[in-house]
Structure formats: structure tokens, C-alpha cells
Ligand binder design. Structure first.
Ligand code: ARG
Length: 457
């Protein structure tokens, strides 16, 4: 039965019905829909809008419906959307009293409530997943805090650092993603139910009570806004995009690190696949997919923004298009976080290759300039002298570590024997003992801060 059959004399055209129905995708909100209905009905009973025993009958039936869906006893089908499915099933079980459930409510505030409940669960799950990932990366970083490697700018070797430092950069990104989701939750966790179709209701409802029953922090303050607001969905999607962007970036690094030219990363068998034709291949498919899925979630955000752009108040059916991108983004993000955490736990690195690469590309040139600057030469002049030394090395097939003190002295009298120590990558790393730096002691401090922050999110 349609929820709106009274005014109509003909059935909806078959294709129009298929086009209109959202059940195929909003069925996944059945738990939220039933929870929202139970709270609404409890409130109706408490406020005397329906009789207490009627409220109890409806709530008990709703609980049974939930159990029957959970156990697979009933199948979700044959209705326009999840809201009509639950209501139709209720009426078929308890008769006319079931028809009272929709008093002082519209599907417009109902669907907004369901989505918020659904997203709240996603946010809680994903905040935890992000925290687990951050702590997995932190553990790896701790293990690799003395593995030297080059830090890059413009994808060219820039300065020596450690793999621990590198990994912690990403740990900080994912930590911010968890914080961002937690902050977004505040705006998601507000109850729109009671906004009615658009201009609220004439019944003396108690919205604060319904909010409390459902664990919302408060209620929306304007009914037109309550039914038409999807800011929270756009915000959630941008949080999801941001986390996927971080996944995409680190996995891009892992893809090329796993190639022969870099050889920094040893792909675990459990996370790579072979080729159907080239027997030697071991491909970083999981990492590539993690990079690729970011594009998909960006698409979800774009879709959502485009649907909302230019929509007049209040509810418009366009808004039914909010769910597929939300569900897609949420599923993709959760799965991506799970697989990537497992990958991080399994991955190993080629320490020798990384250590050897650390000194390449004259990556200790800054140390040489700093050495002169510390001896009183203005940094700009020290930069100039070091540039000349690098040019000399390039022209003579030498490195900053293979030059003799005598050769250094030709460029400046300020050089002493200790310059040979200063340009060693390990010293370059150890001396960066400032907040944010890569010295081992500083990495310990960063790890401690990070792990403390994880505790308070
Ligand atoms: N299936 C609809 C949606 O997802 C529910 C709200 C329907 N409201 C309406 N006025 N037709 O948005």
C-alpha cells in the first residue's frame, strides 16, 4: 500500500515507480528507521498524543520487526522506501493502531533523522578505525626510527631523515582525520524529527525527549532548516575525502617504493597479486586501489554538492539522491581503513636500500651550509659556497662525504676536520633535535605526544 493513496485514482506508472523508489538503497537504514520510530512513538505516548497502551503495542511490534529483519525472517521489499516498508509491515501486524505511528511526523524529518543516525554510527566506527591505523603506523615508526632515508622535495632527494619520521607524518594526518570526524559528529548529532514535512506540527510534541531517547545532543532549531539541511552530509563526505586523500598519498609512495627502481618496500605476498601473463610480476594492487578509491569518494562528495546546489527550501525529492554517495563513501572509507591497517602491520622495508639512498643527491648540502653559518658566515654566503662545492663534486664525480678536508678548505678557510662528520647523513639526522625534527630523541617525543592525543580523541 502506498502511504499516500487517498488522493490518487491511478497507480504510479511502472517505470516511474522504479525510478521513484529508494528502497533498493535506503533499506540499509532499517535499524535507524525502526529506532527513530520507537523513540517517536514513545514520545507520542508520553505526551498523551496517542494512548500509552497504543504506544506500547506499536513499540513492541517495531521491536519484533527489527528482530525479524535481523534474523532474515522477513525480507525488505515491496515498498517505496524503508520508511513505508516499516510502516506497512507494522500496520499489517497490529492493524489500525499502527496507522497512528506517523502522527506529528513526516517522512521528510524521518529520513533526515535516519541519515543522521546512520552517519553517527559510521563516524564512530571510522574514528576508531582511524585511531587503530594511527597506532599501527606509530608502532611501525618506532621500529623504523633509525632507518635513514632521503626526504624529498619536488620528488628529488632533499635532506636525510628517517623512515620513522616519514611514517609519523602520515600518522599525524590520520590523527587529524579522526579529530575532524569527531568534530563533524557534533553537527551530525542533532535531531531534526519534529520538523514535520516542513513547518513543524500542531501536536504538543516533546522533541528534547525524543532526542534524549536517541542519544542526540540537541534538536534542530528551525523546521525548514531541519528537513532541508544536508550540510552535515557534505561535511561528512569532505571528512571522508580528506582521509581518502591521505590514504591515496601514502599509497602512491608505497606503489613506487615497491618498484625495482626504488626498492624501499617489500610487498607482502598477502597484499599483492600476480599477472596472468608475466610470471615474474608482483603487483601493488591493494595500494593502487587505495589510491584509486580516493577518486571515487571525491566523486561522492561532488555528487552530493551538486544535488544540493540551488535547491530551494524545504524538502525536495532531489535530496533522495543524498544516500547513495553517502553510503558509498562510508563503505569505501571503512574498508579502505581496514585493509590499509592490515597492510601496515604486514609491510616490511628494505633498510639497506633506504640507508644507502639517504646520502645520495648531495642531500647533506644543507649540513655543509649550516656548518659554515654556525661558524659565523651569513647563511646566504654559506649557501653560495656550498653550491660551488656541490658543483665541484658533480664535475669531479665526488660526493660530500668523499671530499677531503683539504678540498673543503679550498672553498672556505672556515672548514675544519669536523666537516667530514657534519656531512654524514646520520649526523644530519641526529642534529635535527627540534620540535618536528627527525632526531631519534625527538621521534620519541613525537610518538609520546601522538599516543597521548590518541587517548583523548
Ligand atoms: N525516500 C525519501 C528520501 O529518501 C523519503 C522522503 C520522502 N518524502 C517525500 N516528500 N516524498 O528522501
Amino acid at each position: 500500500m502506498k502511504l499516500w493513496s487517498g488522493r490518487f485514482t491511478a497507480d504510479l506508472n511502472e517505470i516511474a515507480e522504479l525510478f521513484n523508489d529508494s528502497l533498493p538503497f535506503d533499506r540499509r537504514m532499517y535499524r535507524q528507521d525502526i529506532a527513530g520510530s520507537i523513540a517517536h512513538c514513545t514520545m507520542l505516548g508520553k505526551c498523551g498524543i496517542i494512548a500509552q497502551d497504543e504506544a506500547e503495542t506499536i513499540c513492541a511490534a517495531l521491536k519484533n520487526i527489527l528482530g525479524d529483519i535481523d534474523s532474515g525472517k522477513i525480507d525488505i521489499s515491496g515498498a517505496e522506501d524503508i520508511h513505508s516498508f516499516v510502516e506497512n509491515t507494522l500496520v499489517s501486524r497490529v492493524g489500525d493502531v499502527g496507522k497512528k505511528l506517523h502522527t506529528a511526523r513526516s517522512r521528510n524529518d524521518q529520513v533526515a533523522t535516519d541519515i543522521r543516525l546512520y552517519l553517527r554510527d559510521c563516524i564512530d566506527e571510522q574514528t576508531d578505525l582511524l585511531k587503530t591505523l594511527v597506532s599501527a603506523i606509530a608502532d611501525k615508526a618506532e621500529k623504523e626510527k633509525s632507518t635513514a632515508m632521503p626526504a624529498y622535495t619536488h620528488m628529488q632527494k632533499a635532506q636525510p631523515t628517517t623512515l620513522g619520521h616519514y611514517l609519523l607524518a602520515y600518522a599525524n594526518m590520520f590523527l587529524r582525520d579522526a579529530e575532524r570526524l569527531k568534530d563533524c559528529r557534533k553537527r551530525v548529532n542533532v535531531l531534526p524529527l519534529g520538523s514535520g514535512a516542513c513547518a513543524s506540527t500542531t501536536f504538543p510534541i516533546d522533541r528534547e525527549y525524543t532526542a534524549k531517547l536517541l542519544g542526540f545532543d540537541g534538536v534542530t532549531q528551525n523546521s525548514l532548516d531541519g528537513v532541508s539541511d544536508r550540510d552535515f552530509a557534505v561535511e561528512y563526505l569532505s571528512c571522508a575525502v580528506q582521509a581518502m586523500l591521505h590514504l591515496s598519498r601514502i599509497n602512491e609512495e608505497f606503489v613506487y617504493w615497491s618498484g625495482e627502481e626504488f626498492g624501499f618496500l617489500v610487498l607482502p605476498d598477502e597484499f599483492s597479486t600476480g599477472s596472468s601473463i608475466m610470471p615474474q610480476k608482483k603487483n601493488p594492487d591493494v595500494n593502487e586501489l587505495l589510491r584509486g578509491k580516493c577518486g571515487r569518494v571525491v566523486g561522492d562528495l561532488m555528487g552530493m554538492i551538486t544535488v544540493m546546489k540551488g535547491l530551494p527550501l524545504a524538502y525536495n525529492k532531489d535530496m533522495q539522491e543524498d544516500k547513495e554517495p553517502l553510503f558509498d563513501a562510508a563503505t569505501t572509507l571503512s574498508l579502505s581503513l581496514k585493509v590499509f591497517t592490515a597492510f601496515i602491520n604486514a609491510v616490511d622495508f628494505n633498510r639497506e636500500k633506504m640507508n644507502n639512498a639517504a646520502a645520495g643527491g648531495y642531500s647533506c648540502a644543507t649540513e655543509c651550509a649550516d656548518y659554515l653559518a654556525a661558524k659565523g658566515l651569513p647563511f646566504r654566503a654559506a649557501h653560495e659556497v656550498t653550491g660551488k662545492i656541490v658543483l665541484y663534486c658533480i664535475q669531479n664525480g665526488k660526493t660530500l662525504q668523499s671530499l677531503t678536508v683539504k678540498e673543503y678548505k679550498k672553498f672556505s678557510p672556515l672548514f675544519d676536520d669536523d666537516i667530514l662528520q657534519a656531512v654524514l647523513p646520520q649526523n644530519a639526522i641526529n642534529r635535527r633535535n627540534v620540535i618536528g625534527g627527525c632526531a631519534s630523541e625527538e621521534i620519541d617525543r613525537q610518538l609520546k605526544t601522538l599516543r597521548n592525543e590518541l587517548k583523548i580523541i
